[in-house]
Write a protein of this length. Sequence first.
Length: 167
Amino acid sequence: MARKSVAYHWDDVFDTEFAKESDRAGVIIAVAMLDRVLETILKAYLVPTDSPEDSLLEGAYAPIATFNARIDLAYRLGLISARFCRDLHLIRRIRNDFAHNISSCNFEDSSVHSRIIDFQMIVSWMLWCLWSQSEEIHSTEPSDIEWGYWTEEMEEDIEKEIKEQKR
């Protein structure tokens, strides 16, 4: 049996989880999943970190820990289009409305309905696109050492040369 791609796996997870929840919880789950895939794409693209925790993307004071920041960075790095960026921000605003309003948090509410026709279908498609892309991204290579810095190789060569001169 052929192995499912990561994109299809997460699409199935989203559909299963979304179907079990209220509109409010479904929106929050959808955005959590979109946030996760953006984090995955950014980690895959950026030069890898040596530490287990990525201080840019993880932690309370990480500059790219918010969904908003991740959307903007993914766009600025050319990982998503301007239209995709705009639509992610629209979904982010809907999530904020659902998370902070006590009442009227459902897809029948006219302010939500006018912004997005079929939330589940659109988010499912966006997740599939992003997870598909995550499988193809290659990390950025670290920059070569700048001129003027000594490398370990250079130090070893100098040490060898000094030893040879002493002979």
